[in-house]
Design a protein around this ligand. Structure first.
Ligand code: PRT
Ligand code: ZN
Length: 285
């Protein structure tokens, strides 16, 4: 039977969220300690646990059909893979940082400096686009200590909270890339795996959509129903049910997280009461 072979990070920042996403897609996987691969019990899917840096190559070579890695890794590795879907976790930025005492005005100030990084390809591209001549020193870890030990004047590394830079006396001066985890796939999938990938993607989109939306229930006086329904477009239109109390209705709908607080304020201003907001598990349009 055809199986979809999906590579995820063995351990590290993307591991837990990758497993969680598959679970939210209804795929049961049991991750034995130190296992290289495992099979889902209820979906034709095999999971490979790999170092994130190796995943694009395995997918280009067709050893895995699809995988989950940071966009930073996809861009750095330059492998022939399809970028299928951004996944909304593992967010970070790839930034240039210099010592906090450095009087930095623009990227031209990087001319002639040594820049330590684990992302030589992306940094080289950035320097080229901005016509900057600087020396790239590739190192594989603990990039943030390079200026302190005299290896370089600047670094380019991933940043999320910024506390690593701060603790090492550095300041962020340029954001080269904003990154999040991404589903990538082999460019020449045969029909079976391609169909399974589409099935997985359908589920991922439903999970992502549900996270961005909330189910909302409220009570509305009947004379305000029109105004209230206009505030709540819902998936088609809101559901309106009569309450046992004469003159009142219960209104059910879906609201987007981003508009949420504005909508709630307008609803209250229009006489809505007893507003309940409930998370949605899956959402299929
Ligand atoms: O063993 P393997 O090679 O698989 O793992 P790894 O050590 O290469 O990667 P890992 O687990 O550290 O990160 C995996 C992916 O998570 C990265 O490729 C990014 O896409 C994403 N990600 C998100 C991050 C961060 N946030 C992050 N903050 N990856 C690394 N960091 C590091 C950064 O390098 C720096 O050392 O965290 C430090 C900075 O964090 P703040 O919060 O102090 O700014
Ligand atoms: Zn890695």
């Amino acid at each position: 039977m055809t199986k979809l072979r999906v590579a995820i990070q063995k351990s590290g920042r993307l591991h837990d969220d990758s497993v969680k996403l598959l679970k939210e897609c209804g795929i049961d996987i049991h991750n034995g300690v130190n296992k290289l691969k495992t099979e889902a019990s209820n979906f034709p899917l095999e999971v490979f646990f790999l170092r994130d840096d190796d995943i694009p190559q395995y997918i280009e070579d067709g050893v895995a059909d699809a995988g989950i890695v940071g966009e930073n890794v996809v861009l750095e590795k330059q492998k022939q893979v399809n970028e299928v879907e951004k996944l909304g976790f593992g967010r970070c930025r790839l930034s240039v940082a210099v010592g906090k005492g450095f009087d930095y005005q623009s990227c031209k100030d990087l001319n002639g400096l040594r820049i330590a990084t684990s992302y030589p390809v992306i940094v080289k591209d950035f320097l080229g686009r901005n016509d900057i001549k600087a020396d790239i020193h590739e190192i594989s870890g603990s990039v943030e200590i390079a200026p302190g030990i005299g290896l370089s004047e600047a670094i380019c590394d991933l940043v999320s909270s910024g506390s690593t830079l701060f603790m090492n006396g550095l300041k962020e001066v340029e954001v080269i890339l904003n990154s999040e985890a991404m589903l990538i796939s082999n460019q020449n999938l045969s029909k079976g795996p391609e169909q399974l990938l589409q099935k997985l993607l359908f589920r991922i989109k439903a999970v992502k959509k549900a996270k961005n939306n909330k189910y909302i229930l409220l009570n509305a006086p009947n004379d305000k129903l029109d105004a209230i329904c206009k505030l709540l477009p819902g998936m088609k239109s809101p559901t309106v049910l009569p309450l046992a109390d004469e003159g009142w209705s219960s209104v059910h709908s879906v609201v987007n997280e981003n508009d949420f607080w504005d909508i709630i304020e307008n609803l209250k201003a229009n006489g809505a009461q007893g507003i309940l907001v409930v998370p949605i598990e899956k959402m299929i349009l």
